[in-house]
Design a protein around this ligand. Structure first.
Ligand code: GLN
Length: 229
């Protein structure tokens, strides 16, 4: 997988993003407390963005978008509480800052977590999410799936494509509220959703070369930056 890691193309993208003057930068934060944040940073660079790693509430200043990685949601939740970041993140997301979340990130965003009610979370996404719906680490798998990548603006169409979906102790959405759109499902399991400025997948686009979701986040972050400036 991660073949784009060593590509000349990615190195150029990183250089370009690094050299963008500060005033023109769209700042996309990647929560870097635990988990697969580095892979998201690389995917964001590959999409043309300049990611910044987020570890405390001071890092949240001047953000235009946020990526919540996969990993271990219980550990991330604990560290978010310890670092006083839960409320600050929640209010930014509720104020319209675009978010793309994968796996543990989807769990952190979900309003309901059946069986794990006391697990701290952001709760901004009107869903119920079942953790570890596909079994243990050794039951991880990859499979091409039909998915919808949401449009950026009103005058565009959604993108429909086959997507290389990687599942690692993946969760499943078991309830999607009326404002939550289903972007991908398999055997009746909901695996990707969108609620306005939030997009979340149970699988891991950051472990593939397909940067459609990261491009979505970058474009939405550009719009958000315009809105708030
Ligand atoms: N099962 C993990 C959790 O509950 C999520 C797995 C992942 O992010 N790959 O946090």
């Amino acid at each position: 997988m991660l073949t784009h890691l060593s590509s000349i193309h990615l190195k150029k993208q990183i250089q370009q993003a690094e050299n963008t003057p500060y005033a023109e930068q769209v700042r996309i934060g990647v929560l870097a407390l635990q988990g697969a944040f580095l892979e998201h940073c690389l995917a964001l660079y590959a999409a043309g963005a300049k990611p910044v790693e987020i570890r405390n509430s001071a890092d949240l200043e001047n953000l235009h978008g946020l990526c919540l990685p996969g990993g271990e949601s219980t550990v991330m939740a604990k560290l978010l509480v310890q670092n006083n970041m839960l409320e600050a993140l929640r209010s930014r997301i509720q104020n319209g800052m675009p978010v793309f979340a994968t796996c543990a990130g989807l769990i952190l965003l979900s309003r309901e977590l059946p069986g794990f009610e006391s697990q701290p979370r952001l709760g901004c996404l009107d869903t119920a999410v079942c953790r570890n719906a596909f079994g243990r680490q050794k039951e991880s798998f990859a499979e091409d799936m039909d998915i919808t990548v949401p449009k950026i603006s009103m005058d565009e169409a959604d993108t429909h494509c086959r997507f290389p979906a990687v599942f690692i102790r993946a969760p499943q959405v078991v309830r999607a509220g009326e404002n939550v759109r289903i972007l991908a499902q398999k055997d009746g399991k909901i695996l990707a959703v969108q609620q306005d400025t939030i997009t979340a997948t149970a699988f891991h686009p950051e472990l593939t070369e397909n940067t459609l979701f990261h491009t979505w986040l970058f474009e939405r972050a550009k719009l958000y930056k315009k809105q708030i400036s």
